[in-house]
Design a protein around this ligand. Sequence first.
Ligand code: PMT
Length: 398
Amino acid sequence: MLKGKNIVLGVSGGIAAYKACELTSRLKKLNANVDVIMTKSAAEFVTPLTFQSLSLNQVVTDMFDKPKYWEIEHISLAKKADIVVIAPATANVIGKLANGIADDMLTTTVMASKAIKLIAPAMNTNMYENPVVQKNIETLKQLGYVFVEPGEGRLACGDIGKGKLAEPEVIELAIKELLLPVRDLEGKTVLVTAGPTVEHLDPVRFITNHSTGKMGFAVAERAARRGAKVVLIAGPTNLTAPQGVERVDVQSALEMKEAVMLHMKEADIIIKSAAVADYRPAEISSEKIKKSEEELTIKLEKNPDILFELGKVKGDRVLIGFAMETQNLIENAKAKVQKKNLDFIVANDLRTEGAGFAGDTNVVKIIDRQGSIEEVPLMKKSELADIVLDRALSVCNR
Ligand code: PMT
């Protein structure tokens, strides 16, 4: 599958270095050529001989090793690489790359290479969450580096949290996607809404919900990776827009409606994963509402149902809704498919573990116009995004 592909695998110093051995062996089984570069500290955890035996190539550990090729080694590997993968990537290596420091074979090779760069971080949770590390990751993302998120769980140091190196099969999948990208959405425009809306009451307070935007951003990211032109209309979130996506920021349901109606004209597929407030305060006070009476009544008025409006003018477009329910999931979701004239709806239940707001996973039922139901088990939001896009594409091609 990866025959003829040159993968430079950088291994930096952490206990997760042992997982890079399995990654090497998996990539070799796919017939890739793997050249391993180890930092000095990585070589304290796993011997270069292990990687040499698995990759069937010389392993480079230091800039001043005796040259094994006539060319300057870091330049030759940098030029030869189709992809440079760093797994595990320590906070130190990430920091160096984000700040232009090239003081060993691994960092010089990365900086001298124009190949795709894939980084799989692994470190203690507190280090991973440290704002400096997060800023460095953000800097690299902006520069086009692709990241495989670390997993959560018990770390080697005993702490529980995020920071475990992603499993070798997950990194392998990311490599395959980058080297052999599926571009089945090329030529299509996908409009995605994500996140909550915020309905202001006064300059200090607002009504909102728990949506973080993760579901919609995952859809936007996968659609862009699969070659679509993507417009992402997002309520307030902390997330960074995926690469190559046109992002439109909005606050309220009214603003979201305006942006959606403007961009829907060019869309082939519309996916409404945003959690839109059904009501907004009837009046927005220009000053902070003062505490006086024992009770305060806030009058709310109905927001437009954006999806319902889209359903009226959808034409040939594929129109997909999401439904968030706490009871009668199927019944309520089926009613929404008909009422809003959808091709299908992705229904999640707040009471199901791993489903809905904020987490990285979801558990859903996909219900179409005919009422047939596909049960989608617990999986990452990015995986679900692909399933939703597969179905959208099959409706497009019908
Ligand atoms: O963002 P995350 O933290 O990752 O969480 C993901 C999610 C839970 C927000 C997502 O999976 C989800 O379920 N989104 C839809 C939430 C919702 O508003 O459901 P609903 O059943 O109230 O609305 C049904 C559909 O109508 C939705 O597509 C919604 O975008 C749309 N709608 C609703 C009200 C309104 N005024 N206008 C709309 O367009």
